[in-house]
Design a protein. Structure first.
Length: 230
């Protein structure tokens, strides 16, 4: 898995309109996947009051899990981007609820990932948030929904159709709900580091899809820079 990057880090933000949809879990596993590929990564937690990602990183370090992931808390997206200037990929775990800061974060991101459950209580707010970002000028190609905490088909298929009807992209693979994911994260691990190899492979598929999206985002950024320079 390789990503192209320039002088600035590629910025992949994980946002949500509501809590409990797997946002932080996906941000962490994506950071681990990027680090596992040999790239430098910073996971920025924009919820400094709770700082759950930092506590997770401490557990990871105490257990000696590899690859190591650098994690820091920041008050704003701007602070995170400045601190992430020396890494290849900046992964931002946004606040649990959308805010004015979410729009600014989206503006500076190469890719905005919004996890969602399959129920309408999750899907409706997710689509509404993307409507708001789109209306504010965020390009549709930079927005993608990742279905998580799912119970498998047929609810995944129905949720995917709902998102597609709203004309937003949704990843083809999804993350099922499993207790072992919580157990693994409680010990500093990520969703691709459980004792269940089959579940690890399933989440790897989700990560591979996101990496492909980031590659496209990197190419789009290079194109914009070339046009601006011209």
């Amino acid at each position: 898995m390789q990503l192209r990057y320039g002088s600035m880090p590629l910025i992949v933000s994980f946002v949500s309109q509501k809590g409990g949809v797997g946002k932080s879990a996906l941000a962490r596993v994506f950071a681990v996947a990027v680090a596992d590929a040999g790239m430098s990564v910073l996971l920025a937690d924009l919820d400094p009051q709770q700082g759950t990602a930092v506590e997770w990183a401490k557990l990871r370090q105490r257990r000696g899990l590899k690859p190591m992931v650098s994690v820091r808390c920041f008050k704003s997206a701007d602070d995170a981007i400045i601190a992430g200037g020396t890494v290849d990929v900046l992964v931002v775990d946004g606040p649990a609820r959308a805010s004015a800061g979410t729009l600014e974060l989206a503006r500076q991101s190469d890719l905005v990932v919004q996890p969602s459950g399959c129920g309408l209580d999750d899907l409706r707010p997710a689509v509404l948030l993307f409507h708001e970002l789109l209306a504010a000028g965020i390009d549709r190609s930079r927005l993608v929904i990742a279905l998580s905490r799912t119970a498998g088909e047929p609810e995944v298929g129905a949720a995917r159709r709902y998102v597609q009807k709203a004309t937003y992209e949704v990843l083809g693979a999804s993350v099922v709900e499993r207790a072992c994911y919580r157990e693994t994260m409680n010990e500093g691990g990520s969703l691709i580091e459980t004792s269940n190899k089959e579940l690890n492979r399933e989440v790897r598929t989700v990560m591979d899809e996101l990496v492909k999206k980031v590659r496209v985002a990197a190419a789009a950024r290079a194109k914009r820079r070339k046009e601006h320079a011209g």
